[in-house]
Ligand binder design. Structure first.
Ligand code: NAG
Ligand code: NAG
Ligand code: NAG
Ligand code: NAG
Ligand code: NAG
Ligand code: NAG
Ligand code: NAG
Ligand code: NAG
Length: 788
């Protein structure tokens, strides 16, 4: 049974009305309304890495009645601050699980940290930092009795430049995103918390993400090859890392809602990728009862009118023969197995302990901040800053006599009479806490502003925001440094055309680009901030711009202005934002981040001008978003169309210079191009041999400048028949002045393979693969060829 009936009906109607519009629809050869049925839903297999947890889960679930099994597949109104709580089995003392937001820190509670957001982690290109962040963040979730963290985000991947949630994910390159997602899943789960990687799949825009009135959610129409080579890629990393949960998304894919799409859940996730954990719905993303159950949804959140408040309709459906009990057993087994797999059966804190649903309800304190997190908070903040322009030795600053500071993004939100950015409550954008003292409205209304005018941002908004313990704003840190250096300060945060003291050594301008869940951004640059920068630059010949950007922010209104001497993409650094920035600006640390996306000269350079798809034409009630560009998003698109970006993917300056040499390419012995080299079982992440290293590449990097700095070396590959180049390796290494370091890249079979639609498998082609190693996607001094 396919869950597309509405669309098929409408399609039939449209086809039968022989109008021009209908002709257009029929002329579209392959997309609409076609998500193939894949049944039955594969039960958890207990693959070796999950065997012990599976055995324990089978033993426990076999003692449950049908009612009890059905009861734990649905959410109950949380009695705590958990975002969701599953049903429990009191008779067997099974406590159920608490599930909470999100991937950048635990939200809506006290005594936790505000970590750098996904985009900031992406800009750091640092595997170990991603792992450490997740490990320490995961520890906070565990201390508060949260079993499942709703992160990391790998979808949206960033197809739509204006996407409201792109900042929650790491990068719009699937390799960078997938690698960091794998580290994040590993770190969180080593801390004992299940990572629910989301949103599966193609939740590439917020506009029409949910049905509203008569209008269905947008349908992401993706061909099979693009799905595998781009959008599925990072999910495979997460599953391979052992992900205990995957969240299905709000949107439709090929006109079938993601949480009832059997091809996606039964077929690709649970069969092809060998996923052993449970699929949880995004909040309210379930739209049917039997269809979602048979398509592979395991847990419905935050409650289920379709499966019944206690899962009772599932029970009835089994009893009247319309649903196999084995499916309900498998739902329960997958959930309980993830609980065992993370060791949550032993010594796990009570659900949501110290997290009342309303945070100011009196409650005993539960301190979740581990002192050892400090290092990773500051390192994480430091490494996600990207310096893109630095002329006339503008940076680092050297004990200036007078500094002038401008822009709404410089001060702490507290100084603008609000707390830390946090949440969206009841149709009003609100700032959360700097302390637990309270939420104060930011802007009333439903549409978010393009910029956050009331102080610096350390995160975007919505469920991916976090609850910082404090906020170090740029201005806070500047004041500290000024004290040490006897620097005088002048500041004006309110005026768009402020005055400049001609004796100033430099003018620091702080702007932001805000983004949030539930809305896409209104643009990629805003006139207010651009005017502020231009006005300051017209009066100050050493103007240094810092942008806290929740996504791509264009700079072409002013980037070539001769008085603009330095520009920093500061992203979303978490609570140590200002402290990190000032260490970088004063040269106590070097910049080491690189752009995890492409900065165009103009909006028009991006697919669809960077905008989301809108309901239009015959599809007003069934918005369609057809991914006709295939895998060609971001730098692959710029390469394909021969568009020169302002700043290319992978670009970023440091305070030193590096040279690259000695490219060595080695194919490992015995590599066969057979599609499925025997014996190759399916493990979490897909066919095991996809994860085998088939070639190794090394290169040396020499620090030819005057400061010890880290460099992100990048490896790009041209797969025969594929895009001009694709990122397939990166390595971040510290290189001392005058020193030389060898970087090594392991290429796995999957890194060189393409998805073959006809055989429904990955194929490693024979032939020559061009390889490049260098400092960015367009600065690739080393070139060679790998023969397979
Ligand atoms: C979506 O439709 C395309 C074109 O028919 C097909 O290749 C692909 O497998 C479908 N994917 C899903 C998940 O339905
Ligand atoms: C279902 O879960 C709820 C919520 O935890 C619990 O109160 C109830 O007793 C459970 N029902 C059964 C049949 O175990
Ligand atoms: C079986 O039970 C389900 C859940 O209550 C219901 O939706 C369905 O209509 C029932 N089917 C039959 C044949 O009674
Ligand atoms: C935020 O800034 C705007 C623009 O200056 C102002 O109108 C509004 O009152 C401020 N909000 C708060 C809560 O301070
Ligand atoms: C650069 O700044 C100086 C003041 O330092 C100003 O006189 C000059 O006009 C500015 N240049 C431009 C192009 O705005
Ligand atoms: C910038 O302007 C100051 C005076 O305001 C002047 O001393 C300095 O030389 C100028 N720098 C450049 C690079 O033009
Ligand atoms: C892109 O071009 C349009 C049309 O010329 C212009 O209005 C817009 O400001 C440009 N964008 C940027 C970032 O300069
Ligand atoms: C290193 O320092 C020397 C001497 O101060 C200077 O001439 C040179 O430009 C510097 N090199 C770099 C790459 O900064």
């Amino acid at each position: 049974m396919v869950s597309l009936s509405i669309w098929q009906l409408v399609r039939a109607v449209l086809l039968s009305t022989a109008l021009t519009s209908a002709a257009e629809i029929t002329s579209d050869t392959h997309f609409y309304g076609q998500s193939p049925p894949v049944y039955p839903s594969p039960p958890m297999t207990g693959t070796p890495s999950w065997a012990a947890a599976n055995a324990k889960a089978v033993a426990l679930v076999s003692q449950m009645t049908l009612e009890e099994k059905a009861n734990i597949t649905v959410g109950y109104t949380p009695r705590t601050g958990c975002s969701g709580e599953t049903g429990t089995v009191p008779r067997l003392n099974w406590p159920g699980v608490c599930i909470s937001d999100a991937g950048n820190g635990l939200r809506n509670t006290d005594f936790v940290n505000g970590w750098p957001s996904g985009i900031h982690v992406g800009a750091s290109w640092n595997r170990n930092l991603a792992y450490q962040r997740a490990l320490h963040m995961g520890g906070e979730f565990k201390t508060k009795g949260v079993h499942v963290a709703l992160g990391p985000v790998v979808g949206p991947l960033g197809r739509v430049a204006q996407g409201g949630r792109n900042w929650e994910g790491f990068s719009n390159d699937p390799y960078l995103c997938g690698t960091l997602a794998g580290e994040t899943v590993r770190g969180m789960q080593e801390a004992g918390v299940t990572a629910a990687t989301k949103h599966y799949i193609a939740n590439e825009q917020e506009t029409n993400r949910n049905p509203f009135g008569d209008v269905e959610a947008f349908s992401a129409n993706i061909d099979d090859k693009t799905l595998h080579e781009l959008y599925l890629w990072p999910f495979a990393n997460a599953v391979h890392a052992g992900a205990g949960s995957i969240m299905c998304s709000y949107n439709r894919v090929n006109n079938s809602y993601s949480c009832q799409n059997s091809k996606l859940l039964n077929g690709i996730l649970k069969t092809e990728l060998g996923f052993e954990g449970f699929v949880v719905s995004d909040w309210g993303a379930q739209h049917t009862g039997l269809s979602s159950a048979t398509a592979g949804l395991d847990v419905a959140m935050p409650s289920s009118s379709f499966w019944g408040v206690d899962g009772g309709y599932l029970t009835q459906a089994v009893k009247n023969g319309s649903l196999a009990e084995s499916r309900v057993t498998d739902m329960a087994t997958r959930l309980v197995a993830s609980w065992y797999q993370m060791g949550q059966d032993v010594g796990f804190p009570a659900r949501g302990v110290g997290m009342p649903s309303i945070f100011y309800t009196p409650h005993p304190p539960v301190y979740a901040r581990d002192p050892s997190s400090k290092q990773f908070l500051i390192d994480g903040a430091l490494e996600g800053h990207v310096l893109v322009k630095n002329v006339n030795n503008a940076l680092p600053l050297k004990k200036p006599k007078l500094l002038s500071i401008y822009g709404y993004d410089a001060p702490s939100p507290l100084e603008m009479n609000v707390g830390g950015l946090n949440d969206f409550i009841g149709g009003t954008w609100v700032y959360g806490y700097e302390s637990v003292l309270g939420y104060i409205p930011f802007i009333s209304g439903t549409a978010p502003p393009q910029i956050a005018f009331n102080g610096t941002i350390i995160s975007g908004g919505g469920s991916g925001a976090n609850s910082p313990a404090y906020i170090s704003a740029p201005f806070d840190a500047i004041k500290e440094q000024a004290y040490q250096d006897d620097t005088s300060l002048f500041w004006d945060f309110m005026n768009v055309d402020p005055t400049v003291d001609t004796n100033t050594d430099a003018c620091l301008v702080f702007i932001n680009a805000f983004a949030t869940e539930a809305d896409d951004r209104a643009g990629l640059h805003d006139d207010y901030s651009d005017a502020l920068i231009k006005n300051v630059a017209s009066k100050c010949n050493n103007t240094i711009v810092t942008i806290h950007n929740a996504g791509i922010r264009l700079v072409d209104q002013w980037i070539e202005h001769p008085n603009i001497t330095a520009v920093i993409f500061a992203h979303l650094p978490g609570q140590d934002s200002g402290r990190a920035l000032i260490q970088l600006m004063y040269g106590q640390q070097s910049f080491s981040g690189k752009l995890p996306y492409t900065v165009a000269k103009n909006e028009s350079a991006y697919t669809n001008g960077g905008k989301p798809s809108l309901p239009e034409g015959d599809y007003t009630l069934f918005p369609q978003s057809t991914f006709s560009e295939g895998v060609f998003i971001d730098y692959k698109y710029f390469d394909q169309k021969n568009i020169k970006p302002r700043y290319e993917f992978g670009f970023g300056l440091t305070y030193t210079t590096f040279s690259y040499s000695n490219l060595v390419i080695k194919k490992l012995d015995g590599v066969s191009t057979a599609p499925t080299p025997p014996p190759s079982p399916i493990i979490p992440g897909g066919i095991a041999s996809l994860w085998d290293v088939v070639a190794q590449v090394t290169a040396t990097i020499t620090n030819t400048g005057n400061m010890t700095c880290s460099e992100v070396a990048q490896l790009y590959v041209r797969i025969p028949g594929g895009p001009l180049k694709q990122l397939r390796g990166f390595s971040k290494v510290g290189v001392p002045v005058g020193g030389t370091v060898t970087v090594e890249f392991d290429l796995m079979r999957r890194d060189l393979s393409t998805w073959d639609v006809a055989s429904q498998g990955w194929v490693l082609q024979g032939g020559g693969y061009d390889l490049w190693v260098g400092a960015s996607s367009r600065d690739l001094p080393l070139k060679g060829t790998l023969m397979i």
